[in-house]
Design a protein around this ligand. Structure first.
Ligand code: AGP
Length: 406
């Protein structure tokens, strides 16, 4: 039974009662779950987080199913009214919290570069209390794994109260409050995520946001047939590309041993991969309790370089993209201060392991989809560092899976 806003349920061994917000006893319809037992069982894995990291190829394939079997992209994947709504939109506002907010930060690069739409991304708990200037032509996109995060729901209500009418949610739970509140929706099909640290929900959110970008770009005449087919091809290849990255697991488990006695870590990325550095830092602090921060590498010299010494591991996300040479010179600044580097580099980037440099070679460069691939080793790193520290990986202290209170 899905509870309505304000409902309270009293559950006994053989009975239940539900009261609505005014205290009246009410009945809510029963829905029979289609989830298989298997999807809730640990199977061969030690923790749900590990299982969920390894489920990513399938979760991505399921999320992309409708698109991958079709020959072209259609707005209908976001709802029957999507085409009409998208044609009126001139900008995007993404609202989310935590990991879902990081997905929004990646999407901003895609939406501006590929679809040519101005995009802002706000932390829902801040937006809900901010006096902002509403543009009725903005598409408000809320992103949430659970669809029950109190701040994200309040931010959506705040946006609507300010006059925003175009609303879209990207969510992993079909009947959630967020989905019910939004006019348009795209469901990620990651399956239940039990570990508090979000993994497969994040990469499937990225896949959904990339689809949104492509659909908007096409509708705005910014995607020709050849480009559309190339993007569809890359999306079809994505699950096997993720599978290839997962093979790094044993190497990352070894690397994680170096973090057992560390108290701080610095994550660096640039451009599209700066949000991935943020996500890597969040994963590490959330489950290993190591203090971690992320910076766009070009910001190092504006402050954080002062923190770098031999006790500060510096983790760099190093895709083979246009900012590679800039990133390399940023990393030289770290080495010159004695910082120990852990570089997750694409093939062809010509990084070498050596004194103070630990190289983790990624199989390929995935272009616009690269942030999805670069997320995987950082999830594995956080997981194996947490094992070193002996923390409760699936239920880290002080945190809840769904943050339904303010
Ligand atoms: C991520 O690992 C966190 N547990 C947390 O930041 C989470 O992403 C955030 O609370 C938002 O949750 P939601 O996606 O369900 O809205």
């Amino acid at each position: 039974m899905y509870l309505e806003e304000g409902d309270v349920a009293e559950i006994g061994l053989s009975s239940h009662r539900i009261f609505d917000a005014s205290g009246q006893a009410v009945e809510r319809p029963v829905h029979v779950s289609t989830l298989s037992n298997e999807s809730m069982e640990l199977g061969e894995y030690r923790h749900y987080m590990q299982k969920e990291i390894f489920e990513q190829p399938q979760a991505l394939a399921d999320t992309l199913e409708a698109v991958c079997y079709s020959q072209s992209l259609v707005p209908g994947i976001f709802g029957a009214e999507a085409a009409a709504a998208f044609s009126q939109v001139d900008s995007i506002l993404i609202l989310a919290c935590g990991t879902s907010h990081h997905a929004g930060l990646v999407a901003r690069y895609w939406l501006e570069e590929i679809a040519g739409l101005p995009c802002s991304v706000e932390i829902a708990s801040e937006y809900r209390y901010r006096v902002s200037v509403a543009n009725p032509k903005t598409l408000v996109v809320t992103v949430s794994q659970s669809g029950e995060t109190a701040d994200t729901l309040a931010a959506l209500n705040h946006a609507r109260a300010q006059g925003h009418t175009h609303t879209l949610s990207i969510c992993n739970v079909p009947e959630s409050a967020l989905v019910r509140l939004s006019k348009l929706r795209m469901l990620t099909r990651a399956g239940p995520e039990i570990g508090v640290a979000s993994t497969k929900a994040f990469t499937t959110q990225l896949a959904a946001l990339f689809l949104l970008t492509l659909v908007l770009a096409k509708q705005r005449g910014r995607l020709n047939e050849e480009e559309e087919q190339r993007h569809l091809h890359d999306l079809r290849h994505l699950p096997s590309a993720v599978q290839a990255v997962l093979k790094l697991e044993p190497d990352i488990a070894r690397l994680a041993e170096n973090f057992a006695d560390k108290h701080h870590a610095l994550f660096l990325g640039r451009g599209l991969h700066y949000p991935i550095a943020l996500e890597g830092a969040l994963k590490l602090k959330e489950i290993s309790y190591i203090h971690a921060e992320a910076y766009p590498a070009g910001e190092l010299k504006h402050g954080p370089l002062a923190l770098v010494d031999q006790d500060m591991p510096v983790i760099a996300v190093a895709p083979n993209d246009a900012l590679l040479e800039k990133l390399k010179s940023n990393l030289q600044e770290v080495r010159a201060r004695g910082g120990e580097l852990y570089v997750f580099a694409d093939a062809g980037t010509r990084f070498h392991s050596g004194e103070g440099v630990h190289l983790m070679q990624m199989p390929e460069h995935a272009g616009y989809l690269s942030p999805i691939l670069h997320t995987i080793p950082l999830q594995l790193l956080a997981y194996y560092v947490a094992l070193q520290k002996g923390t409760d990986v699936d239920k880290p202290r002080n945190l809840a899976k769904s943050v339904t209170v303010e």
